[in-house]
Design a protein around this ligand. Structure first.
Ligand SMILES: NC(=O)c1ccc[n+]([C@@H]2O[C@H](COP(=O)([O-])OP(=O)(O)OC[C@H]3O[C@@H](n4cnc5c(N)ncnc54)[C@H](OP(=O)(O)O)[C@@H]3O)[C@@H](O)[C@H]2O)c1
Length: 273
């Protein structure tokens, strides 16, 4: 019998995940399907019961359920327990096991481009759910130090405590405080949601060193103002879609236990823009 997969969240209409996974199934001639399934906030429990009834083989979890979904897991992979949020679930005869592929997805472009993280000085803008997976990634790859800048300093402080617990040296600043200090960093990441609605970049990039790695995890639009301004300064760019692709590839490998067809998935994703 064919296998079935889904992404659950709300809103979910514009999710690119069905395109990416269905392209992989076509490429490998797999008898599987992947759909977007809207589950509103407050209806997660019932939604999951429904997915179990149709014997779904696995699903991705996105906003607003990534943290609440932890409650409904029977088994928790380490990737998931460290971050405290789940984005990929395997259903094994009603036993749900949770994984978090955002961290590997985030790190994937560094590996592909052979960009070294160990000993790098990092500036991270944002302190939400995605930023937490990113901090775990930088800790794993032994970055030298991370500066976390966020609108709400209290959230940055909390994330900084998490970084320290993982053995990563860390400090916090407000976004205003970092203007004029960009030459101090090797890698700058935007993990705020600024850009999604075509907002201006949260920083001006004044004084950026050429070749500094600038990574925007916002993937829609592809060329955010943050990316455009960094390009003008001749930065090395990593796009948000590269993380999205990386997390999908990792989820595919967890579900299907084989290498994912990266290029077919990338073509499908880029066709969605
Ligand atoms: N490429 C990928 O695969 C991928 C994966 C995950 C997420 N994302 C994207 O990453 C972004 C963040 O996701 P998330 O799940 O971490 O969201 P989240 O938990 O809601 O966190 C949002 C972050 O953005 C900040 N922020 C929001 N609006 C702001 C504004 N107007 N000015 C300054 N700061 C603002 C928040 O600051 P406060 O703490 O002050 O509220 C917080 O740090 C989203 O755009 C999402 O689409 C991409």
């Amino acid at each position: 019998m064919g296998k079935s997969f889904a992404v659950i969240g709300d809103p979910i209409d514009h999710s690119l995940s069905p395109n990416i996974h269905n392209a992989a199934f076509r490429e490998l001639d797999l008898d599987s399907s992947y759909i977007a399934y809207r589950i509103p906030k407050g209806e997660l429990k019932e939604g999951i019961e429904g997915l179990k009834q149709i014997k779904i083989n696995g699903f991705n979890v996105t906003i607003p359920h990534k943290i609440e979904m932890m409650k409904y897991l029977d088994k928790i992979d380490e990737s998931c327990s460290i971050i405290g949020a789940v984005n990929t679930v395997v259903n094994n005869d009603g036993i749900l096991k949770g994984y978090n592929t955002d961290m590997d997805g985030f790190l994937d472009p560094f590996r592909k481009k052979e960009i070294n993280i160990s000993n790098a000085k990092i500036l991270l803008l944002g302190a939400g759910g995605a930023a937490r997976a990113i901090v775990a990634g930088f800790a794993k790859e032994k970055a030298k130090k991370i500066t976390i800048a966020n609108r709400t300093l209290q959230n940055a402080d909390k994330l900084s405590e998490f970084a320290k617990k993982l053995g990563l040296e860390s400090e916090t600043k407000t976004i205003n405080e970092i203007e004029g200090t960009l030459e101090d960093y090797d890698i700058i990441v935007n993990a705020t949601s600024i850009g999604l609605k075509n907002e201006q970049s949260p920083i001006s990039f004044e004084g950026l060193k050429e070749k500094t790695v600038v990574y925007d995890i916002v993937y829609m639009p592809m060329n955010t103002d943050f990316i455009k301004k960094a390009k003008e300064k001749k930065a090395t760019i990593i796009f948000g879609y590269e993380m999205l692709l990386g997390q999908a590839v990792r989820a595919f490998e967890i579900w299907h236990d084989r290498e994912a067809p990266y290029n077919a998935m990338k073509r499908a994703l880029l066709g969605g823009f």
